[in-house]
Design a protein around this ligand. Structure first.
Ligand code: KDO
Length: 326
C-alpha cells in the first residue's frame, strides 16, 4: 500500500486523538497529610514519587490538614474521596486491631529492623489485611524518626515516675494515648497542627515527636528540653487507593511501587542523617538535651503493652517473629 498524503493525514489525526486521549486519561492522585510541605516525607513524595508517575498521573499534595483532618484519611481513601495519605500503625489499628502491635513502645529497634520486618512475610501479611479490610494499598513503610520527649517545663525527667502528672500531648487515637500512659505521663489528645500553639500557651506541658519533626515545626522555639527516651522508632506508610490501583496496568503498578520505594528510601536517608546532627542544633538553640534511664522506660512500657487489651488482638507468635528479625 503506497503512503498517500490523505493516508498520512488520517494516521496523524488518529495519533493526535490517541495522544490527547491518553493525556486526558492522566489520573489525579490527591494526597492529604497533617505534615508540612517541608517535611522530608512530603518532599520525597513531591519530588521523587511525583516525577516517577508523571507519565500517567498528576500528584496533588495537600499539607497541614487542609484537605482531610489527621486520622480521617484512611476512611476517605476507602470511600473513594482521596487517593493517597501518609498513614500510621496507630490509624490502621483503629480500623484493624491486629495492627496495634506496631504501636507498641520500644518494639522496633531502629529503621533497619523496621525495614526488614516490613519487607518480610510479616509486612506482606499486614499489608494484605489493609487491602482486604480497608481497600487501602500500603505501598511501603517509611521511617520518619525516633520519638523523643520534648517539654516546655524545666523538671528533670529520668524515670517514668518523673512524668507523673505531666500533661503530655499525644495524637488522638487510643493507641497513642496508651503510649503516653506507658511512659508514665498524663496524655492529652491534640491534633498535630495545634501542638505549637499548645506549647506556646501552656495548654500542654510537652509533646513527643522525632527530632526532624521538632525542627521542621519549630517546637524548640517554645520548649526547654528534649529527653532522649527513644520510645518509638516511628514509621508511616504511603497509602494508596486500592480502587485506583486496580485500574492501573501492571507496568503502571510497578512504576508506582518503584516511585514510592525510591521516595521512602530518600526520606529515610534524610531523616537518619538529620537525627545525627540535630542534638547539637537543639543545644545551640538553648535546650537541655539528655538521655534518661531508658531501661526504666522500656521495661515499664513493654510490661504495660504485653499486659494490655491491645495484645489480645496480636496474631499468635507475631511478637516473637518481629523480635527474631535481626
Ligand atoms: C503526631 O501527630 O505527633 C504525628 O507524629 C503522628 C504520626 O503518626 C503522623 O500522623 C504525624 O504526626 C504526621 O504525619 C505529621 O508529622
Amino acid at each position: 500500500m503506497t503512503l498517500t498524503k490523505s493516508l498520512l493525514i488520517g494516521a496523524l489525526a488518529v495519533l493526535g486523538a490517541t495522544t490527547t486521549a491518553l493525556a486526558a486519561d492522566k489520573i489525579t492522585l490527591r494526597m492529604s497529610t497533617p505534615a508540612t510541605e517541608t517535611d522530608f516525607r512530603s518532599q520525597g513524595l513531591a519530588t521523587i514519587f511525583a516525577d516517577g508517575v508523571k507519565d500517567f498521573a498528576t500528584y496533588q499534595p495537600h499539607y497541614n490538614d487542609t484537605l482531610f483532618k489527621q486520622g480521617t484519611e484512611l476512611v476517605a481513601i476507602a470511600r473513594g474521596n482521596l487517593e493517597m495519605s501518609i498513614t500510621s500503625a496507630q490509624e490502621l489499628a483503629k480500623l484493624i486491631p491486629e495492627w496495634s502491635i506496631f504501636t507498641a513502645g520500644y518494639l522496633m529497634r531502629d529503621p533497619e529492623h523496621q525495614r526488614k520486618v516490613f519487607e518480610s512475610d510479616i509486612g506482606k501479611e499486614m499489608f494484605q489485611l489493609a487491602e482486604d479490610k480497608l481497600g487501602v494499598k500500603l505501598l511501603t513503610v517509611v521511617y520518619f524518626g525516633t520519638r523523643q520527649l520534648n517539654l516546655r517545663i524545666d523538671k528533670e525527667i529520668n524515670t517514668p515516675a518523673d512524668l507523673e502528672g505531666v500533661n503530655l500531648r499525644m495524637p488522638g487515637t487510643d493507641a497513642w494515648q496508651f503510649l503516653g500512659r506507658a511512659l508514665g505521663a498524663n496524655p492529652t489528645p491534640m491534633a498535630f497542627t495545634e501542638v505549637y500553639t499548645g506549647l506556646q500557651t501552656g495548654a500542654i506541658d510537652g509533646q513527643d515527636n522525632p527530632l526532624p519533626t521538632n525542627k521542621d515545626k519549630k517546637f524548640y522555639e517554645v520548649t526547654k528540653q528534649i529527653v532522649l527516651t527513644g520510645h518509638l522508632a516511628d514509621m508511616n506508610f504511603f497509602a494508596f487507593s486500592k480502587e485506583v490501583w486496580d485500574k492501573l496496568t501492571p507496568d503502571q503498578q510497578a512504576t508506582v511501587m518503584k516511585a514510592a520505594n525510591d521516595a521512602a528510601a530518600w526520606t529515610t536517608k534524610q531523616i537518619v542523617e538529620n537525627e545525627a546532627s540535630l542534638v547539637d542544633f537543639f543545644k545551640e538553640q538553648g535546650l537541655k538535651v539528655y538521655t534518661p534511664d531508658v531501661a526504666a522506660f522500656r521495661e515499664r512500657a513493654q510490661k504495660m503493652y504485653v499486659e494490655s487489651d491491645f495484645s489480645k488482638d496480636w496474631p499468635d507468635g507475631l511478637l516473637e517473629r518481629i523480635n527474631a528479625i535481626q
